[in-house]
Ligand binder design. Structure first.
Ligand code: PLP
Length: 483
């Protein structure tokens, strides 16, 4: 076992040498890579979907596994010499099954959107194509005639999906028009209760009874509360739908056992998708967890909708999942949720307004209309002060999805740096200070602008200095020295 200071020295020398090798070919890439570290070290990263992966995870991605093609599945490849890819893919899948208590894990998806595509097509293959093949007395798709294909295309293209609406916090892959899920399915959306901002399960049930979807999607990108997946499963069962849960945002809280029982999607859903790089703190990528029944169709993800598996990323997933199985990860996940409470209380005690009035997961959604700003203006004003957030629509947003009226803030990244209650309370104070001192600009016709803004002189610098103190106390990759 290498102790912490030797590990820092090893990490420093690994990166210094790697950057020298890169600089010998394209120095501007090496320079941008150094600068990215400096920028991330020097700003308050509150983007709810971002984190800081460990050096072990990052280093795993920079190897010759990147050079291997390995279409197929473990032990059943369409390429030769995949024995080491088999090792890392099997390890990543085993860790994922153990971590989440899932019967089956597919670790090939390249991202969260890809994981969702795999899930959609597996559900269609299992629920529509399978029975259809049986009806057509065909063993597999290779037996179909062109006329059969015509019929099958009609069947596949006539299915229904019910997901959470974008302005209630759903993701665009949950049936929203600009995404293929909103084009390939007949889709409808459920929102949240206008009075409380919370999911109204009776309303979801009523919509499901009326619409009768094949797929019921639960999960979110910007909903600051937990979901009762047992109730969602009851609703799905009542209407004969497949329950798909997209836990891209909160999988770290599931892995860290903050979400258990009815709040853990894995025992309740037929199929669960996730990213691996948000609260789960792994490499950029996706996974699909499924019941044994759905596993064979999920395994067809590549080449159904995915390009060749990225062995270097699957290896890094194995490393990240091994980290997430350690007891320290549970402490981390609990701290992520506790810190979100501190952040929310910090805002509420200073008179700011939060969608749903608070949080019980890893994110808060700040309604910035009370400051007289759009989300876009707030996002830009905060960035000037070194605070990185992203604008986000709020339910029934009068400013639409581009300008928005909200700012989404998450705690996973700064919790990784070691921020606790006091720091998050201070972060809320700094954000409120910036927003109170920001003003919308005017357009060329003299109307109030939704984009331009100004911040009172000296405020951004003062906030940067205050943040720098906290950031220095909690360095990113402590001991990693690129000098
Ligand atoms: N699903 C949800 C709920 C998300 O929030 C996101 C990303 O923000 C995704 C899927 C897509 O993930 P990726 O960007 O890795 O494709």
């Amino acid at each position: 076992m290498v102790d912490e200071s030797s590990m820092s020295a090893l990490t420093s020398s690994a990166y210094q040498q790697a950057l020298e090798v890169i600089a010998a070919v394209e120095p501007r890439v090496a320079e941008a890579t150094r600068q990215e570290l400096a920028d991330q070290r020097g700003s308050l990263k509150l983007i709810a979907s971002e984190n800081y992966a460990s050096p072990a995870v990052l280093l795993t991605m920079g190897t010759w596994f990147s050079d291997k093609y390995a279409e197929g599945t473990v032990g059943h490849r369409f390429y030769a010499a995949c024995q080491n890819v088999d090792t890392v893919e099997a390890l990543a899948a085993e860790h994922a099954r153990e971590l989440f208590g899932a019967p089956y894990a597919y670790v090939q998806p390249h991202s969260g959107i890809d994981a969702n595509l795999v899930a959609f097509w597996s559900i269609l293959a299992h629920r529509v194509e399978g029975p259809w093949l049986a009806k057509a007395a065909a063993k597999n798709v290779n037996d179909l005639t062109e006329a059969d294909w015509e019929e099958l295309r009609k069947e596949l293209g006539n299915q229904r999906l019910l997901g959470m609406s974008l302005d209630a916090g759903g993701h665009l892959t949950h049936g929203f028009r600009p995404n293929i899920s909103g084009k390939m399915f007949h889709q409808q959306q459920y929102g949240t209760d206008p009075a409380t901002g919370l999911v109204d399960y009776d309303a979801v049930r009523a919509k499901a009874r009326e619409f009768k979807p094949l797929v019921l999607v639960a999960g979110y990108s910007a909903y600051p509360r937990r979901i009762n997946f047992a109730t969602m499963r009851e609703i799905a069962d009542e209407v004969g739908a497949t329950l798909m849960v997209d836990m891209a945002h909160f999988s770290g809280l599931v892995a860290g056992k903050v979400f258990t029982g009815d709040e853990d999607p894995v025992p309740h859903a037929h199929i669960v998708t996730s990213t691996t790089h948000k609260s789960l703190r792994g490499p950029r990528g996706g996974i699909v967890l499924a019941t044994e029944e759905l596993a064979p169709s999920v395994d067809r993800g590549c080449p159904m909708v995915l390009g060749g598996p990225m062995a270097h990323v699957m290896a890094a997933k194995a490393v990240a999942f091994a980290e997430a199985r350690r007891p320290e990860f549970r402490t981390y996940a609990q701290q992520v949720a506790d810190n979100a409470q501190s952040l929310a209380q910090g805002f509420l005690s200073r008179g700011a307004s939060l969608v749903t009035g608070g949080t019980d997961n890893h994110l808060v959604l700040l309604d910035v209309s009370g400051f007289g700003l759009t989300g876009r203006q707030a996002e830009s004003a905060l960035l000037d002060a070194g605070i990185v957030t992203n604008r986000n629509a709020i339910p029934a947003d009068p400013n639409g999805p581009w300008y928005t009226s909200g700012i989404r803030l998450g705690t996973p990244a700064l919790t990784t740096r070691g921020f606790g209650h006091d720091e998050f309370d201070r972060v809320a104070e700094l954000i409120v200070h910036v927003l109170q001192n920001a003003q919308p600009g005017t357009t060329s016709t003299g109307a109030v602008s939704k984009a331009s803004y100004s911040v009172a002189e000296g405020v951004a610098d003062k906030v940067r200095d205050a943040s720098a103190e906290m950031l220095e106390k909690h360095p990113l990759y402590p001991g990693l020295d690129l000098a």
